[in-house]
Design a protein. Sequence first.
Length: 190
Amino acid sequence: MYAKLNYSILLLIVALISACAGLHQNGQLASGSDNPQARPEALVYREKVLSLRNDLTALNGHPNLTEAGQLAETAISYSSYLAEEYRLVRPAILHNVLVRMGLKDRGLCYHWTEDLIKRLDLLELKNFQLHWGVAYRGSELREHNSVVVTARGQPFEEGIVLDPWRNSGELYWARVKNDRYPWKERNEIQ
C-alpha cells in the first residue's frame, strides 16, 4: 500500500517538474465581435470539424457527408466537454496520477473511451461503426484505450482512432495503421 502511494507521489513530482500542470482551459478568447463565427477559435473549430469529416468520408467510396459531419462535430465537441467535466489537469499523464491517487474520479484513457463511445452511439450511425481499440493490453503503465471508427463493414485496421485523452480533451485522430500505438480491437464491452 505504502509502496504504491510512494510511487504515485514520485510520479506526481516528476510530472510537475517536467511539464505544465495548469488546469485545462476551454480556449475561449475575448473578442469584441458578437458574431461567434468571427472569433478565431470558432474558425479553428470549424476547420477541425471539416478536416475530421473529410477523413471520415475517405473511409469508404460512398460517403455520407451529413453523418460524417455529425460524427466529427460530436467527437470534437464532446471531447472538449469531457475535459471540463473531468476538471482536467494537464498533461494527461499527471491527471492519470491524480486519478490513481484518488484525488480525481475520472479521466483515465478508458474513461474517455467509455464516455465518448456512449455519446457517439446516440448518433445511431448508419454508415460508420464504432469499435473499442486497445494498445498494450494488460500493461500497468502502457495500456491505452480509444474509440476507433470504421466505415460499416470495414476491417478495424482500416479505421480512424479518435483519442481525446492524448491531448487532454483536444481530439487527436489518425488512421489506425499510421498511429504510433499498436491498436487491436477489444471485442468485449467494457
